[in-house]
Design a protein around this ligand. Structure first.
Ligand SMILES: *[C@@H]1O[C@H](CO)[C@@H](O)[C@H](O)[C@H]1NC(C)=O
Ligand SMILES: *[C@@H]1O[C@H](CO)[C@@H](O)[C@H](O)[C@H]1NC(C)=O
Ligand SMILES: *[C@@H]1O[C@H](CO)[C@@H](O)[C@H](O)[C@H]1NC(C)=O
Ligand SMILES: *[C@@H]1O[C@H](CO)[C@@H](O)[C@H](O)[C@H]1NC(C)=O
Length: 474
């Protein structure tokens, strides 16, 4: 009898102990989850959150530590956007294309015109931001951006006669490079300096005068390629509106390189130039190998650029590499600038998280193939006020990564490097130079050509002290 009792007791202990432990664990987890949700819904993050918000369990939530970039909070963060408007809007779309949540939406290569309606839908879920006290606290231009960010179908005011920018009519083979330069109506001098110096169109020679020497592939043919040019503009609001329009029309007739859209040219509207340019390019520019996209205050060593790009095309599997090809001064793991007075100020109520790796916008080169892919993917990504960062956001969603090249000096020469006689032969690009400097530098580049024939492109990485934050342009 005693033995039997003992047996049952052991059995009970064996069975029940795990059960009790499991129940305790379940209670613990439940309490933690609900505590977490109330904290998230009731704390400072409630700014953009309404009661109608449904709870979603998604990883990669963020929260702010003063001064530092946000860190993932918990695995089950119910509000991964943490009250930031852009993240909140984009979340709807990223979920739609999440390969785990909705595998059938993610088949690459299928172009779905419902992209755009998806963008609009995400706005309707976020109509409440206009009322927020937070919104009124944003700087004026941020408010302006946020209330216009759903618009991107601005009509073209002026465009080149010929298919794809100045220079297109003279070509005998597919163009190597299209220069797409962001400028503004009043920067006539900058445009003129570029036209007269590094921005000349037609057939342009590379640095290697005779690519027969040592290369083999194209014996007897001079290195070079066809170059086209187009300037990207919005409208500037002047007192004498008509005067500038007239001048620009004349400029367009003379040079055929003006592409202007009907939106206000402002810093936060620069992203529109990228997006609209990709659309225009996809319609008008066939078979262009590369795009150089840059500002109107840079100097480009075009002969070296041409050789560099020809080399890319000669590489094995070049066609495959071109799908993702983008090169520039790459800035990784940058954080949004939270200083109110900065030109780059992006408040936490608008965007949270790191920026994706992006190429500094002073000047960057990418392939025509990638441009067409960027055009499609950009239809499912909300506009972001900083243009370079927006391009980075498109890139990570294409699973493409920009290549860093130390010859792109978007932060100028480090130290005394510039004073060396062949300094400008070692670079592909330098930012920033005024029009008169651009013209002088171009002349000097030609004068020192034989003297500096054997210098190679610089390959030391610039030590940016401020690598961790967005670039300061001016
Ligand atoms: C595009 O999306 C719509 C609505 O989401 C869907 O009905 C349609 O089948 C999709 N088309 C393609 C080609 O995937
Ligand atoms: C906006 O605020 C006003 C007054 O504070 C309120 O009456 C209105 O319902 C609010 N609208 C939304 C969409 O929250
Ligand atoms: C563009 O077309 C207009 C009118 O057709 C003409 O006057 C102008 O010269 C052309 N411009 C160029 C650069 O070909
Ligand atoms: C961008 O351009 C549009 C159209 O002109 C304008 O309404 C909007 O205010 C501009 N946005 C910014 C941030 O300047």
């Amino acid at each position: 009898m005693a033995r039997c009792y003992c047996h049952w007791r052991r059995l009970l202990i064996c069975l029940c102990t795990p059960c009790i432990l499991l129940v305790l664990m379940f209670i613990y987890v439940t309490v933690m989850v609900s505590l977490n949700m109330t904290a998230a819904a009731g704390g400072e993050t409630s700014v953009w959150v309404t009661k109608t918000d449904r709870v979603h369990f998604i990883a990669s939530g963020t929260y702010t530590i003063e001064g530092l970039a946000p860190l993932p909070k918990t695995f089950w963060d119910p509000h991964p956007h943490s009250g930031a408007l852009w993240n909140h809007l984009q979340l709807v779309i990223d979920r739609h294309y999440n390969p785990i949540l909705s595998p059938k939406n993610t088949e690459r290569g299928t172009i779905n015109t419902s992209h755009e309606s998806l963008l609009q839908q995400s706005f309707s879920t976020a109509h409440y931001w206009e009322n927020m006290t937070e919104f009124a606290k944003l700087p004026q231009q941020m408010q302006n951006f946020a209330s216009n960010m759903h618009k991107r179908d601005y009509p073209i005011l002026i465009q080149p006669n010929v298919t794809c920018g100045a220079g297109a009519e003279e070509e005998e083979e597919p163009p190597l490079l299209l220069l797409a330069i962001k400028t503004t109506e009043e920067n006539y001098e900058n445009r003129q300096a570029i036209r007269e110096s590094w921005g000349q169109v037609g057939w342009v020679a590379g640095r290697r005068q005779d690519s027969g020497g040592g290369r083999g592939e194209s014996v007897g043919k001079k290195s070079g390629g066809y170059v086209r040019r187009v300037f990207l503009l919005g409208r500037t609001n002047h007192k004498e509106q008509g005067a500038y329009t007239e001048l620009l029309q004349q400029e367009s007739q003379r040079y055929g390189d003006i592409l202007q859209w009907d939106f206000t040219d402002s810093f936060f509207n620069l992203t529109l130039k990228d997006v609209l340019f990709w659309g225009w390019f996809s319609h008008h520019c066939d078979r262009t190998h590369f795009i150089f996209k840059g500002d109107d205050d840079i100097f480009v060593n075009i002969p070296a650029m041409i050789d560099y790009l020809q080399d890319q095309l000669q590489k094995p599997k070049a066609h495959k590499a071109m799908r993702d090809f983008m090169v520039g001064d790459v800035i990784g793991a940058a954080q949004p600038i939270r200083e109110y007075k900065s030109k780059y100020f992006v408040p936490a109520s608008f965007y949270k998280g790191f920026y994706p790796a992006y190429a500094g916008g002073g000047g960057v080169v990418y392939s025509g193939l990638l441009t067409k892919r960027l055009n499609i993917i950009s239809k499912s990504i909300h506009l972001f006020p900083i243009d370079d960062v927006y391009v980075g956001m498109c890139m990570i969603r294409l699973k493409a990564y920009p290549i860093h090249n130390p010859a792109f000096l978007t932060f100028d020469f480090p130290g005394k490097e510039e004073s060396k006689p062949c300094a400008y032969h070692t670079i592909l690009l330098v930012h920033k130079r005024i029009p008169s400097q651009i013209v002088t530098l171009w002349a000097r580049l030609k004068d020192t050509k034989t003297q500096c024939l054997n210098v190679t492109l610089r390959n030391k990485t610039n030590k940016h002290k401020n690598r961790n934050i967005a670039p300061k342009k001016s």
